[in-house]
Design a protein around this ligand. Structure first.
Ligand code: NAD
Length: 486
């Protein structure tokens, strides 16, 4: 069993008083780690260490030295690739290929991309006329914002944490990270990497624990934190926004979604089925960008439902180390209960069950895990809870549509506005519909294809602000204008 400690000022330390919590495997419910729970004292110490780091060597090194160090972080993650893969597989139970092809390499890539962004971004400048005819020159410089509180979810823990930590550090800030209580391991491993490559002490800190009454709340309420970047549920975002109001701290929020997939009859049928299969079921449906509402043009509706059913019924459940396995458990038994409650609700509300709807028959050693079947429904009303609320499980409701206007209206009938995926071979229609769907991120004939330089974020209740490329700089720096009278 692993012992996971807080990482404060370059050292792994247990909480004073020795408070700890258990991390259990989602595969079988067995205990895999004992984690030190940070209290107010540990959060104070982490924030103090981060503030001190801002006054030390970290503030004096050149931008070239800073970005070189971040490249080294990426290289060291790659050298320790197997350790990161093993830690994340243990925490989430998700298949080996998801870790090796997406989640861990993306974590390393984040450090390189944001080092490059910061090095190459141009400064803004404006010349202006003045009454004396001599003019003035304005130019903007960017300074680090200070200490950034980074509060993370469990669904792609390393990728999502580094997506925030790397731009924060590239911009010269220090961070205090609060990983999800469900996935503490990779944030701790990253502490080892930071020490190995020589990131100054206090620049990267990790405090473990829960939300209310624990490390999450202590961190977000802490007045030594200058800004908070958060990924997680919309409800949690509301609580954090209230905490951030005290002291007028800036927030960047990546929140929940109830994303629509739109499939026109003129699509490349096989590609669309494969695309919606991935967007609904990858990571056992625990992807904020995932598709839980699918709208299919009526002429291909029945054929599409049957094709997706076949794929959903062919998944292979099991341990992530088995390379043939392509379907993992949910993150926890608590989340399993939530998802199964929606499976029941769908039937209570009159859904036709196409496939799934329960717990797969697992071998005796995996019976204690948080397994659920990939599930497809049809026939629900547009205002059914299962069609309106984020379930965050491997499930989707499929509904036929007849016209472009109708499907745009259906797609937009949501309090969320994170992402959509559109499948059609009709070029003009693809662009037309994409512009009308009210979300932050639209894919046409693809899903989850990510260029890290592009703006990422949601509208409505899916978030506040955009991160990615230069958009991250807007949040992680203070832009200061300097006006020079010539
Ligand atoms: P969550 O909101 O339950 O928890 C996220 C983090 O917030 C955890 O570290 C938790 O301990 C902490 N927390 C909880 N209450 C807190 C409080 N009152 N104060 C401070 N911290 C608190 O989310 P989750 O269940 O870990 O993640 C799943 C959610 O994340 C889904 O809604 C999903 O859509 C969303 N998500 C969004 C994106 C995106 O980019 N938009 C990406 C991934 C996940």
């Amino acid at each position: 069993m692993h012992q996971i400690e807080n990482f404060i000022n370059g050292e792994f330390t247990s909480a004073i008083g020795g408070k700890r919590f258990e991390k259990r495997s989602p595969l079988d419910g067995k205990l895999i780690a004992s984690v030190s729970e940070a209290g107010q004292l540990e959060v104070d110490a982490a924030v103090r260490a981060a503030r001190a780091a801002l006054q030390g060597e970290w503030s004096r090194i050149t931008i070239d030295q800073r970005t070189e160090l971040l490249y080294e972080v990426a290289n060291e993650i790659t050298r320790r690739f197997d350790d990161f893969v093993a830690a994340e597989m243990a925490d989430t139970g998700q298949p080996h290929h998801v870790m090796t092809h997406a989640f861990i390499p993306r974590g390393a890539a984040n450090f390189k991309v944001f080092a490059d962004v910061v090095k190459n971004v141009a400064a803004e400048s404006f010349q202006m006329a003045t009454p004396d005819g001599r003019g003035a020159l304005n130019y903007a410089i960017r300074s680090p914002k200070g200490v950034i509180g980074v509060v993370c979810p469990w669904n792609a823990p390393f990728l999502l944490m580094t997506w925030k930590v790397s731009p924060a550090l590239a911009c010269g800030n220090a961070v205090v990270v609060k990983p999800s209580e469900e996935t503490p391991q990779t944030a701790a491993l990253l502490g080892e990497v930071m020490n190995k490559v020589g990131i100054p002490k206090g620049v990267y800190n990790v405090v473990h624990g829960f939300g209310p009454g624990s490390a999450g709340e202590f961190l977000t309420q802490h007045q030594g934190i200058n800004a908070i970047t958060f990924t997680g549920e919309t409800r949690t975002g509301t609580a954090i926004m209230k905490a951030a109001a005290e002291g007028m701290r800036d927030v960047s929020f990546e929140l929940g979604g109830k994303n629509a997939g739109i499939v026109f009859a003129d699509c490349d049928f096989d590609a669309a089925v494969e695309g919606i299969f991935r967007s609904s079921f990858l990571n056992s449906g625990q992807v904020c960008l995932g598709t839980e509402r699918v709208y299919v043009e009526r002429p291909i509706f029945e054929k599409f439902v049957q094709a997706l059913k076949l794929k959903a019924e062919a998944v292979k459940f099991g341990r992530p180390e088995d390379h043939a396995v392509n379907f993992g458990p949910l993150i926890s038994l608590e989340h399993q209960r939530k998802v199964l409650s929606y499976y029941k609700k769908a039937l209570d509300d009159g859904a036709s069950l196409v496939t799934g709807g329960g717990v797969p028959d697992m071998s005796a050693e995996l019976k204690g895990g948080a397994w659920v079947q990939p599930t497809i429904w049809t026939g629900l009303a547009d205002d059914a809870a299962v069609v309106k609320e984020e379930i965050f499980g491997p499930c989707c409701h499929i509904r036929p549509f007849d016209t472009e206007d109708e499907v745009v209206k259906l797609a937009n009938d949501s309090q969320y506005g994170l992402s959509t995926t559109i499948w059609t071979q009709h070029l003009a229609r693809a662009h037309r519909v994409a512009a009308r769907v009210e979300v932050g991120i639209t894919w046409i004939n693809s899903w989850f294809l990510r260029d890290l330089r592009t703006p990422f974020g949601g509208s409505g209740q899916s978030g506040i602000g955009r991160e990615g490329g230069i958009h991250s700089l807007e949040f992680y720096t203070e832009t200061r204008n300097i006006c020079v009278k010539l």
